[in-house]
Design a protein around this ligand. Structure first.
Ligand code: F6P
Length: 547
């Protein structure tokens, strides 16, 4: 069954939230903390080595209760059941959305079109395990009999971002294989990647759900040509494998059908790292660690499915985001992990969040009359503190920010970790409390500044504070914890899509550019510019002239 089609702005809860917002928009978190010693106790969630403190938000118990009513009114409970049961909730593509099945236990029964998909999921998992074991151990060799030293993932979007992010995040658990990623159709990118590779010892994993994506096909062809300069056609089978739903196209490309790892159309590209799209993850860190990643994701799935909404981490974080997006008018959210390993988390979630919820037509087919998808951005702390934090602290925009930190570092360097984490705690405290004029003035009394200079500088040194943050404090960056963290954000996306009454699992908005690029490519190749707006004509003519 399809998802309901409730316009959230017509719900009773939405109207009440509007009225409530009128009383909250200038509320001071500092005052709320000062007046209630148990605020942090009330607004935190603890689950499985995760502490989520959401007390530093511009909320009261009433806010949370109204947001929870909104979730009830749009029938979130029913939507969650449909999501996990394999109902066709991706109506515009007539598909189920079942990346959660990829991390479910083998004993689960999850039906798509009346067929339990779990046996097939485990068949592919076993194939991934066997393949990775052979490559990592050196048992499976290249065309000159040498073991593989390098692997290259060729894919784009969901066929690149997830694996690239996780391989980076789990570097600590990595084996000897060097893992590379080629994504952009930029030929310079491809050449830079292959220039130091040895064709005898490099494995290529071509990842494309559709196997029609221009970037991936062009890059694979270029790489194959480069490979064939040193090897014979029959050697391709030893060095090229593919992950796709489109077995026919993969075979046409020349990849041996035995070397194809299937996926299914009920796995969206941006949620596909749990499928064979994660082959490069499994090659990089071994299948056992890949499986632990899946296990962690499954644990979060179970939490999301079963926890009461007021205790449910993805639900609470999604509702807070709706609060700022739809009532405070916040346009973006930042995500700041305090570990360099998660440097690709924000770019990865940009696809997850913005491709999913960047929609303006409701599930009822009408344009929405409220804001939908948030803009997400971020970089690891402490680097980001020295880059863009100025704007979060003293700029004019409201930017709710998630801080993600870990209790224990991986190499056990306590000195560094304590410094890192003191910044982590200090930033959310500073964003909450800011610095008052009195504090600034009192600081000046301890300096040699003249009173005139102090007077001049005071307004610039005042921080308003009252900037909302969530703090996610996790025990350690293990494969399980990472799996849970990614799954958390996936479910946050789902909850927001349900509330905003949009279809989160299609991506029609990326099609137009692809179509136009194809016809413009013909014009570039032929040198004949056709009918365009005058700006595009000018640009194309200039480009062709200067080429
Ligand atoms: O252009 C967007 C998109 O369709 C993404 O959703 C997807 O992850 C990416 O392209 C790559 O698609 P494919 O895996 O089919 O090559």
């Amino acid at each position: 069954m399809a998802l309901g089609k409730t316009n959230p702005s017509g719900t009773v809860a939405w109207q009440k939230l509007r009225e409530h917002f009128a009383t909250m928009q200038y509320a001071s978190m500092q005052e709320m903390f000062a007046n209630d010693n148990s605020r942090a106790e009330k607004f935190n969630l603890q689950w499985n080595n995760f502490l989520v403190d959401y007390s530093k938000n511009i909320i009261t118990e009433e806010t949370i209760s109204l947001l929870l009513s909104l979730a009830e009114e749009v029938n979130l409970k029913d939507a969650i059941a449909k999501y996990f049961n394999g109902d066709v909730i991706n109506e515009t593509e007539n598909r189920a959305v079942l990346h959660t099945a990829l991390r479910a236990p083998e004993s689960a029964v999850i039906n798509v079109d009346g067929q339990n998909v779990m046996p097939e999921v485990y068949l592919v998992k076993n194939k991934i395990k066997a393949f990775c074991d052979e490559i990592i151990s050196g048992q499976r060799k290249g065309f000159t009999g040498k073991a593989f030293t390098d692997m290259v993932n060729i894919g784009i979007g969901g066929s690149d971002l997830g694996p690239a992010m996780v391989v980076e995040a789990l570097q600590f658990y990595k084996n000897h294989l060097n893992v590379h990623f080629i994504s952009n159709v930029d030929g310079d990118h491809v050449q830079e990647k292959i220039k130091n590779l040895n064709p005898e010892t490099t494995l290529f994993v071509v990842v494309s759900k559709t196997f029609t994506t221009q970037e991936t096909l062009s890059n694979s062809e270029t790489v194959r040509k480069w490979f064939l300069k040193s090897a014979k056609q029959e050697d391709v089978a030893k060095h090229f494998v593919a992950v796709s739903t489109n077995i026919q196209k993969v075979t046409e490309f020349g990849i041996n059908p035995d070397n194809v790892f299937p996926m299914w159309d009920w796995v969206g590209g941006r949620f596909s790292l749990w499928s064979a799209v994660g082959l490069s993850i499994s090659l990089a860190v071994g299948f056992d660690n890949f499986n632990k990643l899946l296990k962690g994701a499954n644990e979060m799935d179970e939490h999301f499915k079963s926890a009461e909404f007021n205790q449910n981490i993805p639900v609470v974080l999604a509702l807070l985001s709706v609060w700022y997006n739809n009532f405070f008018g916040a346009e973006s959210e930042a995500l700041i992990p305090y570990t360099q390993y998660l440097q690709k988390l924000a770019p990865y979630l940009q696809q997850g969040i913005m491709e999913s919820n960047g929609k303006s037509v409701g599930r009822d087919g009408n344009p929405v009359n409220y804001q939908t998808g948030t803009i997400i951005w971020g970089e690891p702390g402490t680097n980001s503190q020295h880059a863009f934090f100025q704007l979060i602290h003293q700029g004019t925009k409201l930017i709710p920010t998630d801080f993600i930190g870990f209790v224990k570092p991986l190499y056990g360097d306590e000195d560094h970790h304590n410094k890192l984490m003191s910044n982590f705690f200090a930033q959310t405290e500073a964003l909450l409390n800011g610095k008052t004029e009195d504090q600034v003035r009192s600081e000046f009394t301890k300096t040699n500044f003249s009173s005139g200079a102090a007077e001049f500088l005071t307004p610039f040194k005042v921080f308003q504070g009252n900037k909302p943050t969530n703090t996610l404090l996790i025990q350690q960056l293990t494969p399980e914890a990472l799996g849970s963290l990614i799954s958390l954000y996936e479910h946050k996306i789902f909850v927001q899509g349900v509330i905003w009454n949009i279809f989160s699992y299609d991506q029609w908005g990326v099609e137009l550019g692809k179509q136009l690029a194809n016809s413009i490519l013909e014009e570039i190749n032929s040198g004949v510019v056709k009918q365009h707006d005058s700006s595009t004509t000018l640009l194309l003519t200039y480009f062709l002239h200067k080429k």
